[in-house]
Design a protein around this ligand. Sequence first.
Ligand SMILES: [Zn+2]
Length: 193
Amino acid sequence: MVMSVERLFSRQCPKSITGDPSMFRKSANPMTGEDVLGILGQVQHREPLGAAVLDAQIAQDKNARAKCVGTLQAYLASTGVNDNLAFALAEAATAEVCDSPACKKCHGTGSILSKEHSKFVECPRCNGVGRYIPSQRELHQMVCHLLPAEQAVTRYEFNKKWYDVYMGCVDKLHRAAGQAGQCARVLLDGMDV
Ligand SMILES: [Zn+2]
């Protein structure tokens, strides 16, 4: 592979990384900035939601993040969720997937020193993911904070009815990002011929 998906979405074109030849395989036709934008355009066209997730995650693109929230909100509204709750759930799910703050316990490494300080073990707070994963209680607070006070849902109602809907949104974004990444990889491999 010529270039990683991560690098593609961070728009590191050849000019800006002249000092880092490792990202390019020795090739008669190295990728140009135009190639990068061309591939991104194709991924955005084929996998609009997934490309938006990757743009929000990797390039911290505000418009792409807003597109994720808007897409989820419209999807939830189409299933009969009221507008305010659809927005709150969409915003919270997008925050979990796209904002990706590092886990406070392991500082994003996914592992911590065991009690005996002899070896590293999987971080129990984030299960080795390295990102901060909000608890169900924190999620409920976040969603209520995003709702008009008179529409706040009880913790019981959130856990019973909305938590699964929320997780469905998180899955939807992760799946879309996976598909966009796959699409980008195929296109990048195609450049390598
Ligand atoms: Zn952790």
